[in-house]
Design a protein around this ligand. Structure first.
Ligand SMILES: Cc1cc2nc3c(=O)[nH]c(=O)nc-3n(C[C@H](O)[C@H](O)[C@H](O)COP(=O)(O)O)c2cc1C
Length: 360
């Protein structure tokens, strides 16, 4: 199949059906009330992306418990009475034929104590950087409570009408902290070898599956390396890919970087695009899961090359859709062969206001 035809062809990814190969990678919209409940503005974001032709819209990371909130306006789904507000978001995406997923997260040591009023908790009492706040190490009982919080949030997302949930196992948040030898210095059953560090992810996936049932799609965004001294290495990340193959998941989105390293700036040449493609090629050797790739994908030429590589099934983008929610339609109609996003990343530096493009 020609690259463009492939991009616009439907995909069955495990239990998930997509109308095309374009995914909006989870992007914090910062549009929710202090308790995480969305208002009509969040549904409007979902509607515009779906109307713009995106096949799978992943809504921004959503805290599963109040102490996991990481930024102003972050969504949170931790009470059943929030389900109707989230249902409006899912319905808005469905009105225009897109599948929609909710990304589940807990900040761990990257939560914001100013916003949560709670103490920071993490696998071990290790700060992100020297001078950052020192979290308290979780007890075994607290780990199980957190696993249940992910499962209950997944149940609420399913009941709200989302087509899938995505486990956020990247960018230095709680699951990624358990995977990382920098953040996880535990010597019990939750730390040490890669298998033990992956146990939290494993148990979250198992608890989520038990609650949502056998027919419901569960996706993962996995960071394959941390880019910090003493952090997760690529070889370890690839081992986690192998382990994830037996977690009954439906789509593996590949990312990396504990913190801002996942979002490279000033992508203005084709060679700079799709910066995690070599990792996807390596991951393909370790898993049969459908793979989505995110990170700097901007031009139709590169999109075609990526889906024709044989490793990647879905093209995932974040910043381009902040500037142009209608980008997929613009490509489909032939009006554009490239995103207008200049990857300046100003959208992610102004973390205190609703997410927007500051250039357009
Ligand atoms: C404003 C902003 C918010 C983001 N929020 C999230 C998030 O909630 N969850 C997540 O996994 N990644 C988040 N990311 C990272 C993106 O999903 C993506 O992995 C990264 O920006 C690289 O893709 P891109 O080059 O297409 O922007 C965010 C990025 C930006 C710029």
């Amino acid at each position: 199949m020609q690259g463009t035809d492939l991009l616009f062809s439907p995909l069955v990814a495990g239990r998930l059906r997509l109308r095309n190969r374009f995914m909006r990678s989870a992007t914090a919209e910062r549009l929710c009330r202090a308790d995480g409940t969305p208002g009509p503005e969040l549904a409007e974001v979902a509607r515009r992306l779906a109307a713009g032709g995106v096949g799978l819209v992943v809504m921004g990371h959503t805290f599963v418990r109040p102490d996991g909130k990481a930024s102003v306006g972050m969504s949170g789904l931790w009470r059943d009475d929030q389900i109707p507000a989230f249902a409006a978001v899912a319905a808005a995406a469905h009105e225009h034929g897109a599948a929609v997923a909710l990304q589940l997260n807990h900040g761990g040591r990257q939560a914001s104590p100013h916003l949560t009023g709670s103490e920071l908790v993490a696998p071990s009492a290790v700060p992100l950087e020297p001078g950052s706040p020192v979290p308290r190490a979780l007890s075994e009982g607290e780990i199980w409570q957190l696993i249940d919080a992910y499962a209950q949030a997944a149940r609420r997302a399913r009941d709200a009408g989302f087509d899938a949930v995505q486990l956020h196992a990247a960018h230095g948040y709680l699951i990624s902290q358990f995977l990382s030898p920098h953040a996880n210095r535990r010597t019990d059953a939750w730390g040490g070898t890669v298998e033990k560090r992956a146990r939290f992810l494993w148990e979250v996936a198992r608890a989520v599956r038990a609650v949502v049932g056998n027919d419901y799609p569960v996706l993962i965004k996995l960071g394959l390396a941390d880019f910090i001294p003493g952090g997760l290495t690529l070889e370890e990340g690839l081992q986690v890919v192998g382990l994830a193959s037996s977690m009954d998941l439906d789509l593996l989105e590949i990312s990396g970087g504990a913190g801002p390293g996942n979002t490279r700036s000033n992508i203005n040449k084709e060679e700079q695009e799709a910066y995690f493609l070599p990792w996807a090629l390596a991951a393909r050797q370790r898993t049969a899961l459908p793979i989505a790739l995110v990170g700097g994908i901007r031009s139709l030429k590169v999109m075609c090359r990526v889906v024709q590589s044989g490793a990647v099934d879905v093209i995932s983008m974040s910043r381009p859709f902040i500037r142009e929610p209608g980008l997929v339609q613009a490509i489909a109609s032939g009006a554009q062969d490239k995103a207008r996003c200049i990857s300046c990343s100003l959208c992610s530096t102004r973390a205190d206001v609703p997410t927007r493009c500051w250039v357009e």
